[in-house]
Every structure is written in structure tokens, then in C-alpha cells.
Design a protein around this ligand. Structure first.
Ligand SMILES: *Cc1c(COP(=O)(O)O)cnc(C)c1O
Length: 407
């Protein structure tokens, strides 16, 4: 075959490859992101600042954001266009399930769209009253050797340092812990957690979470990081926080200075929709990266928010642009008050099928079902092995082509 003939075949193949993602190419620019909607966000911010009588300096201060979380429906009604019925419902549901929204996160919401993916994650919905699911589907209460710790795996564990969050996700898996009050784990209990970890040599990975790990005081956080850092068998520290999404003001220079002192730190956050990826979020992730923190994302598959092949692909690609590596997509759990977010496992499989091969491997997280009763994260993957034969395996590739591979 001549060089020219080879080139013609390659060009034809390139056309074929382009056609594989034509549906996405046509759709992707119409998917909203925090960048494409920066004007709307700015306008919302102006309106919210006026309602809360805030200065620019206050807005940029995470302590102001936290103490000015929107928690009453009458303030919310000045920020979003709510019907009388919605106002009544939000008020009623709030008595059963707590809600609070940072002013920043509220500024990402389309004030006129009740189906806004940001609004649906934060504003209570009447559908939460559906009686289905469990309080504690992961049975965390039975895997807690010390107050504050959940140990479900051999070499790693989580420490829940507070129940507080900048915004209470309507799909939260730990709704039972949110209660009606903010509760940080007392220092004495935190000391016992560190003591437990010090005595368990198998523990090489400690995940600080909550609630939101970054909502404890800087002093307590630094104390905990330094204690863990000194334990020889603790190889890595992980932080679970949604603040880059819900309150990026939390990522301050002072915080980054602390984090940079205790490497290696891995920080996993929780973006669910490209609309959450904003200039402020990017500023926060840039600062974290400069502090040497390695960033990952754990999304939850949620009906009406991201249960769509194109939206999920866009989300993961946009995350890479702000230096966050997609880590997990969780199938939603059977938690009381979250039935309206449930999707079929087939939907998650369809999304995974349309990622592998179609986009960068870096943009492909692992799809996880949490086994009931805390039996662990279970990966779910479309099937690429069709059959096992004597000395070969029958496989199929991302395009559905079948082939044999010697074994
Ligand atoms: C998710 C989780 C971990 C971390 O799991 P990885 O798969 O290592 O990210 C550890 N402990 C508990 C209790 C968890 O729920």
C-alpha cells in the first residue's frame, strides 16, 4: 500500500470518528455552565447582596457566607420567583428536613426555573415527603469503632468532624446526621479518633469528612492534620468537602498555607452539574492545586439533574478544565426523603457506555453502587468481556466491534 493510500484510509477513519460524537458536538455548546452563565450569576449576586445588605468584602468572606446562609422561605422568595404554593411547601418541609443555602450557591440558580439543576439540589421539594427509603442505608451506625469514625474497609477510614455544611443537599446520604443544629465533633472526641488511628497500624489512608470537613475551625483542622501527619503509618490524608462548589470563598490563602504543610493531601469535592463550574470555583481549585493538593470529584447520579449522557460528559470535561479529576459517580442511595432523585441502574450504565472511548479516559470516573448495610462500594461497568474460551477471550470494544484476544 502506498503512503497516499494509507493517508486516504486514515482520513476516512477520522471522518467516521467525528461522526461517533456528532450528537454531542451538536449539543455540548447548549449545555449551561457557570462560565456561559456568568452574567446571570453576577446579576443574581447583585440582587442577593441587596436583599442581605452585604458588601463585596462580606460576600468574599466565607464566615459571612456561612452565617448568612438562607434558611427562611421569605428571604428565599426575594431571591427566587416562588409561587405561594411553593412558599408554603418549602416552609412545611423545612420543619421536617433542614435546609440552608449559602448566598453564593443561591447566586448560581436560575430565579425563574423551578427545574434549575442547582435549585433542585438545594431548595426543598414537596417530593421529599414521599415515604420511601431508609434513614441509614449504609448502616454506618454499626461500623463506628469510636465516636466520629466509620471503618468499612481494611486500610482506610473516615472521620466525621462536623455535621455542618455550607448548603444541605436535598439528596444527602447522611440526612439523619444533619438534624436541626450544627454540631462539630468535640475536641475530646477528635483526640480519641486520633488515638484510635495511632493504634491501628493498618490504617494508611484517613478521610476527613462530615458534613463538610472544611467547616471546622482552622485551628482544629490544622491540629488534626498535624497529628495525622505525624503518625508513621498514615500515608495519605483525604478531605471531603463540597465548599469548592457551594462556598468557594472557603478556599483562602490561609487555608492553602495550612494544607501545603501536610502533603500528600487529596481533596474530593462534589460537583453534579456543569452549571456549578464557575469562575469562583476555578479560582479556588487553582489555589488548591498551587498548594499541592490533588483534586477529585465524586458526583451523584440524580434524576433531573445529571441523568443524561451529554450533561455527564460535559460535567467531567469541564472538571478537567479546572484541574479536578472525576473519581466516582455514585448511584443514588435509598435514603428517606430522596425518592424523587432515583434513577435506574441502566441509566448509569448507558452513561458509562457513552464515556469510554468517546472521551478522554481522564474524564471517566468509576460508577459505584454502595451495597446495602455498609457492605461497600461496588463498581458497575458495562460488559466488555463477552465470553471466556479455552485460550482466548471474546471481547467487544467501545464501538461494539467484537474480537478475540489470546489468553
Ligand atoms: C467511601 C468510603 C471510603 C473511601 O473509599 P475509596 O473507595 O477508597 O475512595 C472509606 N471509608 C468509608 C466508610 C467510605 O464510605
Amino acid at each position: 500500500m502506498t503512503e497516499n493510500e494509507k493517508r486516504i484510509i486514515s482520513l476516512k477513519r477520522a471522518e467516521e470518528l467525528k461522526s461517533r460524537i456528532k450528537d454531542y458536538t451538536m449539543k455540548k455548546n447548549s449545555i449551561k455552565t457557570g462560565f456561559t452563565h456568568s452574567e446571570m450569576i453576577k446579576e443574581n449576586k447583585r440582587r442577593i447582596m441587596k436583599v442581605l445588605n452585604a458588601s463585596e468584602k462580606e460576600w468574599d468572606d466565607w464566615k459571612w457566607q456561612l452565617s448568612n446562609r438562607i434558611t427562611d422561605v421569605h428571604t428565599l422568595a426575594k431571591i427566587l420567583n416562588l409561587s405561594d404554593e411553593e412558599i408554603h411547601q418549602i416552609d412545611m418541609i423545612g420543619k421536617k428536613f433542614r435546609w440552608a443555602i449559602s448566598p453564593y450557591y443561591a447566586s448560581l440558580m436560575d430565579p425563574d426555573d423551578p427545574f434549575c439543576p442547582v435549585r433542585r439540589q438545594a431548595v426543598p421539594s414537596i417530593e421529599e415527603m414521599v415515604e420511601a427509603g431508609e434513614e441509614d442505608p449504609m448502616a454506618e451506625e454499626f461500623t463506628s469503632p469510636v465516636e466520629g469514625i466509620t471503618r468499612r474497609y481494611p486500610d482506610r477510614l473516615i472521620v466525621k468532624v462536623t455535621n455542618q455544611c455550607a448548603m444541605y443537599c436535598r439528596h444527602c446520604q447522611r440526612r439523619r446526621c444533619i438534624g436541626q443544629k450544627d454540631l462539630a465533633l468535640p475536641m475530646a472526641a477528635l483526640r480519641k479518633c486520633v488515638e484510635y488511628i495511632r493504634n491501628e497500624e493498618e490504617i494508611r489512608d484517613v478521610l476527613i469528612t462530615g458534613g463538610d470537613a472544611l467547616l471546622i475551625s482552622q485551628k482544629n483542622l490544622e491540629w488534626l492534620l498535624s497529628e495525622l501527619h505525624e503518625i508513621p503509618h498514615v500515608e495519605i490524608i483525604r478531605i471531603g468537602t463540597r465548599t469548592p462548589v457551594t462556598m468557594p470563598q472557603r478556599i483562602t490563602k490561609e487555608l492553602c498555607d495550612v494544607l501545603s504543610k501536610y502533603p500528600p493531601i487529596y481533596l474530593n469535592t462534589h460537583f453534579n452539574h456543569p452549571m456549578e463550574i464557575t469562575e469562583d470555583a476555578k479560582k479556588a481549585t487553582d489555589m488548591l492545586c498551587s498548594a499541592g493538593v490533588v483534586l477529585g470529584n465524586q458526583a451523584v447520579l440524580l434524576k433531573g439533574i445529571n441523568d443524561d449522557v451529554h450533561i455527564m460528559k460535559k460535567l467531567n470535561q469541564e472538571l478537567l478544565k479546572i484541574r479536578i479529576r472525576p473519581y466516582y459517580i455514585f448511584h443514588p442511595k435509598e435514603v428517606v426523603g430522596t425518592a424523587h432523585f432515583k434513577v435506574k441502574v441502566q441509566k448509569g450504565m448507558e452513561i458509562m457506555e457513552k464515556l469510554r472511548g468517546y472521551t478522554s479516559g481522564l474524564a471517566i470516573p468509576t460508577y459505584i453502587i454502595n451495597a446495602p448495610n455498609g457492605k461497600g462500594k461496588t463498581p458497575i461497568l458495562p460488559n466488555y468481556i463477552l465470553s471466556w474460551e479455552e485460550n482466548k477471550i471474546k471481547l467487544r470494544n467501545w464501538e461494539g466491534e467484537v474480537f478475540y484476544y489470546p489468553n
